[in-house]
Design a protein around this ligand. Structure first.
Ligand code: PNS
Length: 168
């Protein structure tokens, strides 16, 4: 059965954010324009280290948020479990995701339908900003690891960390 819709319109922007990109930040800012509050949930899989520790991913997001949005955006770690349970815990009835291309849609649609099936949780898809269509955490890491220039694709704080990863 569907959950009652809370008075504060709160959404969750979930993801690995390993690391956050300008594509993610665009979606988070647009979610903040649509909802009263946004919870950026960083999936933390204890069995999988990722490229950046979860605390560092949280820090990079916090440091990259536009000052005017800080009061309405919470950045939190989601330590395993189902997204529907996390959303229930934080009182969010919506998930917001960015969609870059057809492949994103094919990946996201079953998850959106499953979340709707499990608890009535709705997913709002925002079309990705065309100039950031080619930007993903994995591609940015790969390019940066080989010395490629990813300026303008990630926030400055991430640029510094990617450089530090490369130079050790
Ligand atoms: O940035 P990503 O890796 O594409 O994010 C994927 C994420 C974290 C949104 C997705 O894996 C997720 O929702 N995981 C939580 C576990 C869960 O609820 N799985 C079932 C989804 S229907």
């Amino acid at each position: 059965m569907s959950e009652p819709i809370p008075t504060v319109r709160r959404c969750v922007c979930p993801g690995s954010y390993d690391p956050v990109t300008n594509g993610h930040l665009d979606v988070i800012a647009r979610a903040a324009a649509l909802f009263d509050e946004v919870v950026v949930a960083v999936l933390h899989n204890p069995a999988k280290q990722g490229s950046f520790p979860v605390e560092e991913r949280l820090q990079m997001i916090k440091q990259s948020l536009a000052a005017e949005l800080v009061g309405r955006i919470r950045v939190d770690a989601m330590a395993g479990g189902l997204l529907v349970d996390y959303c229930r815990q934080v009182g969010a009835a919506w998930v917001v995701k960015g969609l870059r291309a057809g492949t994103d849609f094919a990946y996201e649609l079953p998850m959106a339908r499953m979340n709707k099936h499990l608890s009535g949780l709705e997913t709002v898809f925002l079309p990705g900003e065309p100039t950031l269509e080619h930007v993903s955490s994995s591609l940015v890491k790969e390019v940066a690891a080989h010395g490629g220039d990813v300026r303008g694709l990630v926030p400055d704080v991430v640029l510094e960390r990617l450089l530090a990863l490369r130079t050790g």
